[in-house]
Write a protein that binds this ligand. Structure first.
Ligand code: ATP
Ligand code: MG
Length: 394
């Protein structure tokens, strides 16, 4: 079994043919050693970004400041990063500068955890300078080098350790955890955008509850109550179906609006809209189980997550499964407005009146009546119902 796609192997091959060193590195090597299908493949090389661009016809500068060039090989984008170390970390955030180095060893040394500091050659030989394979075996997350130094260089690594504990279901090595605890307050210097990336992965990891447990051990809920107080209570909601499910549970455990929550965590507009629906749906769910109108209005994912969160909060109440929700949704008289057996224009003709605000109001009322089966979705039935109702109201 050979590592990587044909395209990524070709990239390594061509770099080597041009006289440079090139190996596979990072998460893909780790995942391969774990017997998992690797995701994005990273290549590290002794070639500088300029040299990489000379070797390949099609490249895109994506992170040239950090030494990364995207090579398009057989239509596949492959990240190629020059061996580098990082300059001083004056503000616990990001390296002030990157320095290209000629040795793979120095490149691997700057990586965060031993399991992420593995490299693999084209021939499938592992380069394991820091005991990463041993830690994979022991299922341990351990800093490369002195943990306290590594976390004070870049406090995001504290979050990355939590993230990997969740995703891989690994323990955190004792000294590493101790340093995380000592330096957890430094996370205040880290941009939320970077934390968000790790949070998304943490929330959908297979053992997110172990990450919440560690986060409590290192004091995150008390150090950052506005952000992470929910970490104290999230365990009963896990495992999450996806990251959005996790964000939703966090939202409902915090006492802020979805808008404020989304702003705080720098969520995308789409995530923000989703949480707004969750906020509404869960308020409804506390009051009563979802009725036809709610099943019609909310996407299946919102309903399902609403049910799951409700179930975690009120384990004694019966809740519906995804299949049950899907079936009920599927049995609704209509799935969307366009399926209604009349148009706004029909209303004008039936009533002999000019259009106005009343038109859209009545479309909405008829839509509800159809969904709730108070009138059949049939033009003749709707016409009768509508004329009767509007005269009754006026
Ligand atoms: P995933 O499978 O989720 O992509 P990954 O290990 O590849 O996990 P990335 O964020 O893609 O994680 O980073 C790629 C590699 O770069 C890591 O494996 C690690 O070697 C290194 N790395 C990333 N972020 C840091 C950091 N903050 N400090 C040190 N090394 C890092
Ligand atoms: Mg990766």
């Amino acid at each position: 079994t050979s590592f990587g796609s044909l395209a990524s192997r070709e990239v390594v091959q061509q770099l080597q043919s041009a006289g440079y060193e090139a190996v596979f590195v990072g998460g893909a090597v780790r995942d391969f050693a774990l017997g998992k299908e690797p995701t994005d493949i990273d290549i590290a090389t002794s070639a500088t970004p300029e040299q990489v661009k000379e070797v390949f016809d099609h490249t895109i500068d994506i992170g040239i400041a950090h030494g990364t060039v995207l090579v398009l090989m057989m239509d596949e984008p492959i990240e190629v990063t020059t061996f580098r170390t990082e300059g001083t970390y004056s503000d616990h955030r990001r390296p002030d500068e990157v320095f290209y180095v000629t040795s793979l060893k120095e490149d691997l040394q700057r990586r965060d955890f031993t399991i992420n500091a593995l490299a693999m050659t084209l021939e499938g030989e592992m380069v394991d300078l820091f005991g990463g394979l041993d830690d994979l075996e022991k299922r341990l997350i351990r800093s490369v080098g002195c943990p306290a130094e590594r976390f004070s260089e870049d406090a995001l690594r504290i979050f990355r350790a939590l993230r990997f504990s969740s995703v891989l279901d690994f323990r955190i090595e004792e000294k590493t955890l101790e340093a995380m605890k000592k330096l957890a307050h430094e996370l205040s210097h880290i941009a939320m955008e970077r934390i968000k990336v790790e949070m998304d992965k943490l929330l959908q990891g297979k053992n997110s509850s172990i990450a919440f447990q560690y986060s409590r051990e290192i004091g995150l809920p008390t150090l950052f109550p506005k952000l992470f107080s929910s970490f104290a209570q999230l365990d009963s909601f896990t495992p999450f179906l996806n990251a959005r499910h996790g964000w939703a549970a966090m939202l409902l455990l915090s006492n802020v609006s979805s808008a404020e929550f989304a702003r705080k965590f720098k969520l995308s507009n789409e995530e923000k809209r989703f949480l707004k629906q969750i906020e509404e749906a869960s308020a409804i769910r506390v009051d009563h189980s979802f009725q036809d109108l709610e099943l019609y209005r909310y996407p299946l994912e919102v309903l399902d997550i609403g049910e799951r969160i409700h179930n975690a909060q009120f384990p004694d109440e019966t809740t519906r499964t995804l299949e049950q929700l899907a079936e009920r949704k599927n049995n609704l008289p209509i799935k969307q407005r366009s399926e209604l057996a009349f148009t706004g224009n029909d209303l004008l003709v039936w009533l002999g009146r000019r259009g106005g605000k009343w038109t859209s109001e009545w479309i909405g009322k008829i839509e509800e009546a159809v969904v709730e089966r108070r009138v059949e979705n049939d033009a003749k039935a709707i016409k009768e119902w509508f004329l009767y109702e509007i005269f009754r109201e006026e």
